[in-house]
Design a protein around this ligand. Structure first.
Ligand code: NAD
Ligand code: GLY
Length: 360
């Protein structure tokens, strides 16, 4: 088993990575009270809830099952969980456990941050995206009808337990979408890791256990280091959003139905790398390596047909990184080194969107 620490003073916590961890005693060892509220969804509950419950031994465990989907990461689900916690007499010593992908994790984390002004919570991420990204770092949120993740809090879990055996049941498309975030860590922080990913694309696609464990471990080490340096995103943490401003615009423009988040981020990283060749002088060969690695991992790198350049730019202006109406984007100096910049001309963004397949 691998262990990575997120160093945040008295809010520090460990991330455990390994096979068959859902049935282990690790979660129980991080619970202080006697009561647990296990929050999951209708797809994951039949696969894994019994295993988690069995490992919690003598604790009182209530299970809340959400319907599956991003559409349920909303204020109504939040209200239903709070009602249910109160109906079942949960209190400040209750520990919430999120068993699922980023949707369950973000929602459960936000409930934990707010129920009785904050209760302990544990993340049991079951998608690759959740293991390498959303379960680590304390961003919790629900969606508002007018914007994704518009209501939320920074609230850290007590621990994260990433069981790599859960990928046996994860659909391949969801798995590949998670690989996009793994590639992101190489681009933003570690050229050697990027090269390692280029050499191990086949092993990653085969879900080879040792290859996968190394990829997850290195990804969360990088995320933990960035979060420890800037927990509340006053500056550096924004680099975790490489390609995401383009990606979010693509998700919104396609109504959240055509592209998975990781797929939109893959296209976004191809676009951000292309933009970097203009803004920072990133070598075109480096931008081409990003596109090739994403393609080798079965990810899209072109904007889907039928989207307009101006429509995408307008959506990019809705990004949370925008300050006083000005676009702020992450660009790469080279693979392994990126920066946040406001010095991007809208014309250059338009050119990149057109180069990546948007209609002018
Ligand atoms: P998801 O939670 O919707 O899970 C994807 C699908 O896979 C769902 O249908 C789910 O039920 C199913 N599933 C999950 N694990 C499974 C398993 N082991 N076997 C079979 N099916 C399984 O999607 P996601 O990609 O994990 O998360 C996306 C969410 O994460 C978005 O809401 C996004 O905003 C959020 N996010 C948050 C952060 C953060 O820092 N908090 C970072 C990135 C993304
Ligand atoms: N997913 C971006 C962040 O955690 O900051």
């Amino acid at each position: 088993m691998n262990r990575v620490e997120v160093e945040l003073g008295d809010r520090s916590y460990p991330i455990f990575i390994g096979e068959d961890l859902l049935g282990s005693q690790i979660a129980a060892q991080h619970i202080n009270g006697r009561q647990v509220a296990l929050i999951t969804n209708s797809t994951i509950a039949p696969l894994y809830a019994a295993r988690v419950k069995a490992a919690l031994g003598n604790l009182r465990v209530d299970v809340f099952e959400l319907p599956d989907g991003e559409a349920y990461k909303n204020i109504e689900s939040f209200g239903s969980i709070i009602d249910w916690l109160m109906d079942n007499r949960h209190n400040r010593s209750t520990t919430l456990i999120a068993l699922g992908g980023g949707v369950v994790g973000d929602l459960t984390g936000f409930v934990a941050a707010t129920f009785q002004r904050g209760v302990d919570f544990i993340q049991l991420p079951t998608t690759l995206l959740a293991q390498v990204d959303s379960s680590v770092g304390g961003k919790t949120a629900i969606n508002h009808p007018r914007g994704k993740n518009m209501i939320g809090a920074f609230y850290q879990p007590k621990c994260v337990i990433a069981d790599t055996s859960v990928f046996e049941t994860l659909p391949d498309r969801e798995y590949r979408a998670g690989l996009a975030e793994v590639v992101k860590y190489g681009i933003i922080s570690d050229a050697e890791f990027f090269e390692w990913l280029e050499d191990h694309a086949d092993g990653l696609l085969r879900k080879d256990a040792a290859t996968l464990t190394h990829a997850i471990r290195r990804s969360v080490e990088i995320k933990a280091e960035v979060v420890a340096s800037d927990e509340r995103e006053t500056g550096r943490r924004a680099i975790l959003n490489y390609g995401h401003t383009f990606g979010h615009a693509l998700e919104t423009a396609t109504g959240y139905t055509k592209l998975l988040h990781g797929e939109a981020v893959a296209i976004g990283m191809a676009a951000a790398s292309s933009l970097s060749t203009t803004v920072t002088g990133l070598k075109p060969e480096a931008a081409a390596r990003v596109v090739k690695l994403l393609a080798d991992l079965g990810l899209p790198t072109r904007i889907p047909a039928g989207l307009q350049v101006q429509e995408l730019i307008d959506l990019m202006r809705m990004d949370k990184k925008v300050i006083d109406g000005g676009l702020r984007l992450i660009v790469a100096d080279e693979i392994g080194t990126v920066q946040v910049t406001a010095a991007v001309q809208e014309r250059d963004v338009a050119d990149v969107l057109a180069r990546c397949g948007a209609d002018q």
